[in-house]
Ligand binder design. Structure first.
Ligand code: SF4
Length: 459
């Protein structure tokens, strides 16, 4: 068995069971959050099938994703012909408002010039009243993760549509890769503080849809084109997360673009998980609205503090391994610090190179944490054997480690493939933190109960 020291000293090791997902998957999730948008994956059929299956398994919703179906011939001569056919087919079958195109490893290796190809398509089809908006993003999966794909796609959309007219009272919100339930919570909060939010993306309904008995090719909901245009005239942009798509110095986020090109002030902070981070969020909302936080939320906060007190003895001093997307693990550590759980390993498949510094600077953990980016699940398993945590906190991909080592797993984030309700997990705000706290405390309590030599049903 490799030790932590050996893993650290390796210059190169191939990825085994990646702790990240493919880049165009992140793009697809964003496109699903735009009204009337069909994602189109420019590559081989397997890429689109994998993404479709992966998303359906988590969200338990139909997720239509089209493909340009590369063959051997396309790999040699380029994907233009296939893209033209695909755009025509998708337009005919879905009549979408937007086709959101994302490249893949293969189309990037071939070097398809997407801007030129799409321009050619538009020129050839000028005057066609059925022509949808065509947006594209470069998402080579050999660089970055689904999170890069996610944020780069938001940037592409905003760049494609944002315009500035008269500054409005709307506030842009770029929440990052949260659950549909989190997005719903955010909309509720904005309604309660009387802010009109422009949320990009908004898949709160599309990826957590109601049953109607009818199959809808394009489910209702999502950020509208008009809203995307209005991002350039908003009063401010709120952006959750510190690392976002910053895997290289040149990356820009949508909020940074809007600030630089349209003068929309950018407010950036941690994903609001835990009391401290949620307090910071509400404090920003107070500044934006010039009014106090509604009583509903101060009550929720009070109840959460009460729950922390009640559950303190079950969670304090426990050791946790946290894994997942970089910004997500940063927010989780901030929350675990305030409830007294010690994070012994923080791992991510993201490789921005920023994770350690951001945790040290923004979270300032009380004890030293083993922080690893560009980590895979084999490496997480190795380190878990050494550090013997009391709990794993992350997505369902950590299940084999939990099973092998007999460590309980609190399922949060994405993907949740072995339970129902992945889209309904709330993580943010006082309400989401309450749900997370109960999940983590009860996971620890259940493990203690199951390992007890005596059966008991009263604590
Ligand atoms: S080939 Fe690349 S883009 Fe396609 S599924 Fe695999 S990692 Fe994703």
């Amino acid at each position: 068995m490799e030790t932590l020291k050996e893993i650290k000293s390796k210059e190169f090791t191939s990825t085994r069971n990646a702790c990240k997902v493919c880049t165009p998957l992140g793009a697809s999730v964003v496109y699903k959050g735009i009204e009337g948008c069909v994602p189109l994956i420019h590559g081989s059929q397997g890429c689109a099938t994998y993404i479709r299956r992966y998303l359906i398994s988590h969200y338990k919703e139909p997720v239509d994703i089209a493909s340009t179906n590369f063959t051997e011939e396309t790999a040699i001569f380029g994907g233009e012909k296939n893209l033209f056919i695909a755009i025509k087919n998708v337009t005919k079958q879905y009549n979408p408002k937007i086709i959101g195109i994302a490249t893949t490893c293969l189309s990037e290796v071939i070097g398809d010039d997407m801007r030129k190809i799409i321009h050619r398509y538009k020129t050839e089809n000028e005057g066609d009243t059925n022509l949808p908006e065509l947006v594209f993003v470069n998402t080579p999966s050999f660089m970055g993760t689904h999170i890069n794909g996610f944020h780069d796609t938001i940037l592409s959309l905003v760049k494609a549509f944002a315009t500035h007219k008269k500054t409005t009272q709307s506030v842009n919100i770029f929440p990052g890769f949260l659950s549909p339930a989190d997005l719903q919570l955010l909309k509720e909060i904005f309604a309660d503080v009387a802010i009109n939010p422009i949320m990009v993306p908004d898949y709160s309904d599309i990826l957590d849809n109601e049953y109607t008995g009818e199959y809808e090719k394009l489910p209702k909901g999502g950020t509208t084109i008009k809203e995307l245009q209005e991002t350039g005239s908003a009063k401010a942009s709120i952006e959750f997360g510190y690392i976002l798509n910053k895997s290289n110095a040149k990356s820009q986020t949508a909020a940074e673009f809007l600030e630089a090109d349209f003068g929309v002030p950018r407010i950036n902070f941690n994903i609001p998980i835990g009391i401290n981070a949620t307090d910071a969020f509400f404090s920003e909302l107070e500044k934006l609205t010039n009014t106090k936080t509604p009583e509903k939320y101060t009550k929720q906060r009070g109840k959460l503090v009460d729950a922390y007190v009640d559950g303190h003895k079950y969670v304090f001093g426990k050791k946790a391994v946290v894994y997942g997307e970089e910004d997500f693990v940063i927010a989780m550590i901030s929350f675990l610090e305030e409830i007294g759980i010690e994070t012994v390993l923080c791992a991510s498949g993201g490789d921005s190179g920023l994770l350690k510094n951001v945790i040290q600077e923004k979270i300032k953990p009380r004890k030293t944490i083993n922080i690893h980016d560009n980590f895979d699940f084999e490496e997480i398993a190795t380190v878990c054997k050494e550090l013997k945590p009391d709990i794993l906190i992350g997505n369902s991909k950590g299940y084999y480690i939990a099973r092998e080592l007999g460590i309980p797993l609190a399922r949060v984030g994405f993907p949740i493939h072995d339970r129902l309700g992945g889209s309904r997990i709330k993580h943010i705000g006082y309400e989401g933190t309450q749900q997370l706290f109960d999940t983590i405390a009860n996971t620890l309590i259940q493990q203690m109960q199951e390992n007890s030599p005596v059966g008991y049903k009263y604590m």
